[in-house]
Design a protein around this ligand. Structure first.
Ligand SMILES: NC(=O)N[C@@H](CC(=O)O)C(=O)O
Length: 437
C-alpha cells in the first residue's frame, strides 16, 4: 500500500475550501472536514490545490542530448513546477520517429516516477521534412502517440502537411506545427523591427509565423483534421487563429509563459538567455497574446522547456542556441502575467495548464480536475509567497532561465503524482528512495 495523505484546508480552484484524502493513487474523499488517522497530514491552509499541470511542449532531450537534460532530470523540473504530465518533444537523437524510440521515452518516464511522460512523435523521418514518419506505428505502440510534431522545424512542404493531417484522423491524432516559414527566417536572430535594425541582428518577421498558420488552418479545414499551433508569438497569428475558430476549423493553440511576459527589449544586452524560437516580440504582441488566452482564442499555456548546456548559451548571440527552461517557473509567470491583475482566476489556470492540454493530447485522468475518484495528480501552490527567482529554484539540468534575479510571485510547495509526493515543502523528493523505504 502506498502512503496516504490528508490535505487539510486547501483552497480549490473555484475558491471553496476543502480537505482531500488521497489513498492508493486516487482522491477518495473531498469535503469540509475529512478525517483519517493513518494518513500523513499536509497543512494546506492558504494554499491553492490545482490539478496536476500538464505540459504539451517539453524538451526532455533523451535519448541523445543527456548533457542538456534527461527524462529523469526533466521530470524533476516538471514536478518542481507543479506538473504531473509532460509531452516530450521529438527532437532527440535518434529522433522520436519510430515506435521503438517513443516506447523507450515512455519507459524512461515510467522508471523515473516523477510525471507521466507522453512522447510526441516526429511528423517526418529524422525531422528532415521530406518523408512522413511511421505515424500509425507510433500511434499503435505502447506509447499511444497522439501528438506529432517536428518542433524546432516547420513542416514547410504543404503536401506533406496535408498528408500528415489526413493520416492522423484515423486515430484522432493532432499535428502540432512549429510555424516558421524557413525561407523567410534564414539566419534570423531576433524579432524583425526597428530594434533588430538598431542592434544589427537579422530580423525574424512575424509574417513567417502568420503565413504558415494561415496555410495550415486552411489545410486542416480542407481535410477536416486537427491542427495545434505551437508557441504562438505574434498579434497577427492570434487574428488568424481567431478567424479560423470562427469558421469552425479544428485548431487549438498554445502560448509560452515567456511570450506572455517578456519582450524583445531584453535582447538589447545581447544576453543569449533571451534567445528563443520563436523570438521575443513587442509589447503589443504580448498584450494580444494575453487577451487571446483570456478570450479562449489561445487554448493553453505550454512551456517549450528547452534546456541547453551553459556553453551553448554563454557565447555570442549569433552562435548561441535558441531556448529557455520553463517548467519550474511557468505557474509563477502565468500568475504574474494574468492572475495578479485578475484577468485569469485559478479555475482558468487549471483549464489552460491542466485539463485543456490533456484534452488536446488525449491524456486521460485530467478532464474533471480534482474530484472524488480522479487520479491523485495535484499541486499545492502558495499564492502569497514571492521570491527572487534563482538557480535554487531550478531542478533540471538547464540553468538557461530568463527569470534569474527577477521577483516572481507564488511558489509550488507540494506536488503529488499518482498519489505519490514528488515535491514536499518546496523540495523535490527522491522518489526512488521513498519507493525503497
Ligand atoms: N524553442 C527553442 O528555442 N528551442 C527548441 C527548438 C526550437 O524551437 O528551435 C529546442 O529544442 O531547443
Amino acid at each position: 500500500m502506498s502512503e496516504s495523505f490528508l490535505i487539510a484546508g486547501a483552497t480549490l480552484p473555484d475558491g471553496s475550501r476543502a480537505d482531500l484524502l488521497i489513498e492508493d493513487g486516487t482522491v477518495v474523499e473531498l469535503g469540509a472536514s475529512v478525517s483519517a488517522t493513518d494518513a500523513t497530514r499536509v497543512d494546506a491552509d492558504g494554499l491553492i490545490a490545482l490539478p496536476g499541470l500538464v505540459d504539451l511542449h517539453t524538451h526532455l532531450r533523451e535519448p541523445g542530448y543527456e548533457q542538456s537534460e534527461t527524462v529523469l532530470t526533466g521530470t524533476r523540473a516538471a514536478a518542481a513546477g507543479g506538473y504531473t504530465a509532460v509531452f516530450a518533444m521529438a527532437n532527440t537523437s535518434p529522433v522520436s520517429d519510430t515506435a521503438g524510440v517513443v516506447e523507450q521515452v515512455l519507459s524512461l518516464g515510467e522508471a523515473a516516477g516523477y510525471a507521466t511522460v507522453r512522447p510526441i512523435g516526429a511528423v517526418t523521418v529524422g525531422l528532415g521534412g521530406e518523408q512522413l514518419a511511421e505515424l500509425g506505428a507510433m500511434a499503435a505502440s505502447r506509447a499511444q502517440v497522439r501528438v506529432f510534431s517536428d518542433d524546432g522545424f516547420c513542416v514547410s512542404d504543404p503536401m506533406l502537411m496535408r498528408r500528415a493531417l489526413e493520416y492522423v484522423k484515423a486515430f484522432d491524432g493532432v499535428i502540432a506545427q512549429h510555424a516558421q516559414e524557413p525561407r523567410l527566417t534564414q539566419g534570423a536572430q531576433m524579432n524583425e523591427g526597428v530594434l533588430s535594425g538598431e542592434l544589427g541582428l537579422a530580423g525574424w518577421p512575424a509574417v513567417a509565423e502568420e503565413s504558415i498558420i494561415a496555410r495550415d488552418v486552411l489545410l486542416a479545414e480542407h481535410v477536416g483534421s486537427r491542427l495545434h499551433v505551437c508557441h504562438v508569438s505574434t498579434a497577427g497569428s492570434v487574428e488568424v487563429i481567431r478567424w479560423a475558430k470562427s469558421r469552425g476549423i479544428r485548431v487549438t493553440a498554445e502560448v509560452t509563459p515567456h511570450h506572455l511576459l517578456l519582450t524583445e527589449d531584453l535582447v538589447r544586452g545581447y544576453d543569449a538567455r533571451y534567445k528563443v524560437n520563436p523570438p521575443l516580440r513587442t509589447r503589443d504582441d504580448v498584450e494580444a497574446l494575453r487577451e487571446a488566452l483570456v478570450d479562449g482564442t489561445i487554448d493553453i499555456v505550454a512551456t517549450d522547456h528547452a534546456p541547453h548546456p551553459v556553453e551553448a548559451k554563454d557565447t555570442e548571440w549569433d552562435a548561441a542556441a535558441n531556448g529557455m527552461v520553463g517548467l519550474e517557473s511557468a505557474l509563477s509567470v502565468v500568475h504574474a502575467a494574468l492572475v495578479a491583475d485578475g484577468r485569469l482566476d485559478w479555475a482558468d489556470v487549471a483549464r489552460v495548464m491542466s485539463s485543456k492540454p490533456a484534452e488536446i493530447g488525449s491524456l486521460a485522468g485530467y478532464a474533471d480536475g480534482l474530484v472524488v475518484g480522479a487520479p491523485a495528480n495535484l499541486t499545492l501552490y502558495d499564492p502569497e509567497a514571492s521570491r527572487s527567482f534563482s538557480t535554487e529554484d531550478l531542478a533540471g539540468k538547464g540553468v538557461n532561465s530568463p527569470y534569474l534575479g527577477l521577483e516572481l510571485p507564488g511558489r509550488v510547495l507540494h506536488t503529488f503524482h499518482q498519489g505519490r509526493r514528488t515535491v514536499a515543502d518546496g523540495t523535490v523528493v527522491d522518489v526512488a528512495e521513498v519507493a525503497r523505504a
